[in-house]
Design a protein around this ligand. Structure first.
Ligand code: NAD
Length: 295
């Protein structure tokens, strides 16, 4: 078992860190929010006062931060991880960020003698809790092999997507599908309501027909058909609309830079921006149905 540093104990980071503890790894944890550090310390982790303190004695450091801005600051800012990384340290960033920042951080880490992987996840909070996340990993094969036993404590599937940045590329493309498909499912339920169709009837048909998708069967945006979906708890996140907006804007920007068409993705980003700016930013992203309903 390894000593691991863990930085970023939010909706996803806390259950991921907890699963590392449960599988017998020793953990040193840091978050800007002291109470989140305290919660993990009560469960057996060592608390750190700075990101750098998580490096002491660690084989690997994992980060689970909101955006590329925080990742850049924790890795390459003043007092950042890369400057202090001993040769051979394995750095694993599980946040969803832009490909360019992921590649830049990995290059800076390599120049300092450390190995860095981008390893964003798919699955949401329920999968983080159940240790069934999918990791999509970008970086060198040898580093992926070293990361394997650590990632296995938090997830079920580990896919080596290619060189540095490929994990983020895969994640951005996946969430482009997710953002659009959630709007499609929400629009269908709103139309069904207006046509007098019950939520359960539409769910029973679409979940076993060609409308079947994860946004419907695992994360249904109306209460009832899928008891674990955020719709059943007032749209408490889960995955916030602000995060979905971030990911769709990453996809939009990546598509524009790469010269790829992403017309629905661009429109989906605009809808999430309207929802977030109208007060929905911290609600679960599936709550976009309330805006589409006009309520
Ligand atoms: P969150 O906002 O709940 O957690 C982020 C944590 O990072 C917070 O505890 C915050 O205090 C901490 N933090 C921010 N800046 C920091 C800094 N400079 N140093 C240390 N800690 C800092 O976010 P989340 O929902 O856990 O998501 C984290 C990442 O995972 C995001 O990139 C998101 O897109 C991705 N993701 C989330 C989900 C989901 O369902 N929530 C699913 C897949 C991927």
């Amino acid at each position: 078992m390894a000593r691991i540093g863990f930085i970023g104990l939010g909706n996803m980071g806390t259950p991921m860190a907890r699963n590392l503890l449960r599988s017998g790894h020793a953990l040193t944890v840091f978050d800007l929010a002291a109470e989140r550090v305290g919660r993990l310390v009560a469960e057996g982790a060592v608390g750190a006062k700075t990101p750098r303190e998580t490096i002491a004695g660690a084989h690997a450091v994992i980060t689970m931060l909101p955006t590329g801005r925080e990742v850049r600051s924790v890795y390459a800012g003043a007092g950042g991880l890369i400057e202090a990384a001993p040769p051979g340290l394995l750095l694993i960033d599980c946040s969803t960020i832009d490909v360019a920042t992921a590649r830049e951080m990995a290059q800076a880490a390599a120049a300092a003698g450390a190995s860095m992987l981008d390893a964003p996840v798919s699955g949401g909070v329920a999968s983080a809790e159940a240790a069934t996340l999918t990791f999509m990993v970008g970086g060198e094969a040898a580093a992926v092999e070293r990361a394997q036993p650590i990632l296995e404590a938090m997830g079920r599937r580990i896919i080596h997507a290619g060189p540095s940045g490929s994990g983020q590329a895969a994640k951005i493309c996946n969430n482009l599908i997710l953002g659009i498909s959630m709007i499609a499912v929400a629009e269908a339920f709103v139309l069904g309501e207006k046509l007098g169709l019950s939520h359960q009837a539409l769910f029973d048909v679409a979940s076993t027909s060609s409308g079947q998708c994860w946004s419907l069967t695992s994360y249904c945006p109306v209460p009832g058909p899928v008891p674990s979906s955020p719709a059943n708890r007032g749209y408490a996140p889960g995955f916030t609309a602000a995060m979905m907006l971030k990911d769709l804007e990453l996809a939009r920007d990546a598509a524009s830079e790469a010269g790829a068409a992403a017309e629905l993705g661009t429109h989906a980003a605009a809808l999430y921006r309207r929802f977030a700016e109208g007060g929905g930013a911290q609600m679960d992203f599936s709550a976009i149905i309330t805006m589409l309903r006009g309520g």
